[in-house]
Design a protein around this ligand. Structure first.
Ligand code: NAD
Length: 392
């Protein structure tokens, strides 16, 4: 199976040589569009390194490389422009999230895919993870009755990535609703079987990260590493970082300001569903260690279904019968098993069987929800969520 990849960075490399290979051992990366040819070559497997050809454009790669499928894993702000190009071809597409970072990009994407035959798997591993699918099954089979409320949480313990890596460039990410909540709004909608139609959100900026340290500062050039909790030495001593290497300062001017745009330390949203149900979602980016948590509680009159991916378990409480269940899930899977499920969906599309569970429309709808949340937090008022299909 011949893959063409646009943006072969850390995420795509991990996917291709992890879950993709596991789902389909016979894959080869034969075409690449990525300006960092040297960096990519170091990531490629030995056999792919020999065969892969670098192209200037997606169009040239599709015309020349005899591809079976396309993967777009470039940075966030480039997903939509590349996907719009891919929509002209009839090749199955694996598209990284967020599928767009602005209303214009999302509208253009919708227009491009309205008439397209290109089938898409959007990279939403939470929706496809076995634990979420299990919860969905229970809810669909009446475990809570009519779902009336959802509470979802996300305590991110590797959140410094959004202040020390390229993700701190607001022009690329567009903030952390788009970057992170795009997954959660998507699976919340899926579990509640209803799109989100209205959002009221709040965000807290620069109480923890961001600041006035010089642009370009890295720990190895800083005089405060003995006292700074984010220095490699202190992260190592406290077992508190997702890595202990030299890194860009999380308190630097490079992290942006509320005027120029910057990522939030924490943000939350109250959401209303088309069904009339409502729920809340909250995300915190400075948590560490055992604080890791991501999951939700779905409630109806008849019961509660609650799960957390980090605990890897689910509870089902019957409100009107004296029985409760605790279900333990298997462990050790990439993105809680969701990446592997996405890989199966993707290769099934290539083989002409099955359907994507995370179509382009789920990706675009989630972006509309994230954009509404961002606008709500910035303007301090509730915002209606645009629904896909409204462009006519
Ligand atoms: N679905 C998930 O759960 C998940 C997890 C992690 C990352 N991601 C997403 O994956 C994307 C990539 O993240 P990453 O951590 O791999 O970043 P990365 O910086 O490691 O990779 C991005 C790649 O895109 C390349 N690139 C830059 N400009 C380009 C251009 N004009 N054309 C083509 N390629 C270009 C870079 O050289 C790099 O190789 C992000 O958008 C991120 O949101 C998704």
């Amino acid at each position: 199976m011949r893959l063409g990849v646009v943006g072969f960075g850390g995420r795509t490399c991990g996917l291709v040589y992890g879950p993709f290979r596991e789902a389909e051992p016979d894959i080869q990366v034969v075409g690449i569009v990525d300006p960092d040819e040297n960096g990519v070559r170091q990531k490629l497997s030995e056999s792919d390194r020999k065969k892969a050809v670098f192209y200037e454009t997606l169009e040239e790669m599709v015309c020349k490389a005899k591809l079976d499928a396309l993967v777009i894993g470039s940075r966030c702000n480039l997903h939509a422009p590349y996907a719009i190009k891919a929509a002209k071809f009839d090749l199955p597409l694996y598209l990284e999230k967020p599928v767009a970072v602005s209303m214009k990009q999302a509208n253009d994407l919708e227009d491009a895919f309205e008439k397209s035959k290109c089938k898409v798997v959007v990279s939403f591993p939470l929706r496809t993870s076995p634990l979420c699918a299990f919860a969905k099954d229970l809810i669909q089979n009446g475990a809570v009755g009519n779902p009336v409320h959802i509470m979802a949480w996300n305590y991110v313990t590797y959140g410094t990535v959004y202040w020390e890596e390229l993700y701190r460039d607001y022009k690329i990410t567009g903030g952390l609703f788009l970057q992170k909540a795009t997954h959660d709004f998507d699976y919340m909608s899926y579990l509640m079987d209803s799109p989100i139609t209205r959002v009221g959100a709040m965000a807290t900026f620069q109480k923890v990260f961001g600041g006035k340290k010089p642009a370009g500062l890295v720990c190895s050039k800083c005089g405060e590493t003995d006292t700074c909790l984010e220095s490699p030495i202190n992260r190592k001593r406290n077992n508190s970082g997702w890595h202990n290497n030299d890194h860009h300062c999380v308190y630097s001017l490079d992290c942006g300001t509320t005027k120029t745009g910057t990522n939030e330390d924490a943000s939350s949203a109250v959401v209303e569903f088309a069904s009339g149900a409502h729920g809340i979602y909250t995300q915190v980016f400075f948590s560490r260690r055992d604080a890791a948590a991501r999951g939700s509680t779905v409630s109806g009159y008849l019961g509660t279904v609650e799960f957390d991916w980090y605990e890897n378990s689910l509870r089902h409480i019957r409100h009107h019968k004296p029985f409760s269940d605790i279900v333990k899930a298997g462990s050790g899977l990439s993105h809680f098993g969701g990446d592997l499920e996405l890989a199966y969906d993707f290769f099934n599309l290539v083989k002409g069987k099955g359907q994507s569970r995370t179509s382009i429309w789920t990706g675009i709808q989630s972006v509309y929800t994230c954009l509404a949340a961002r606008e709500s937090a910035l303007k301090n008022r509730f915002v209606k969520v645009r629904q896909t299909g409204q462009s006519g």
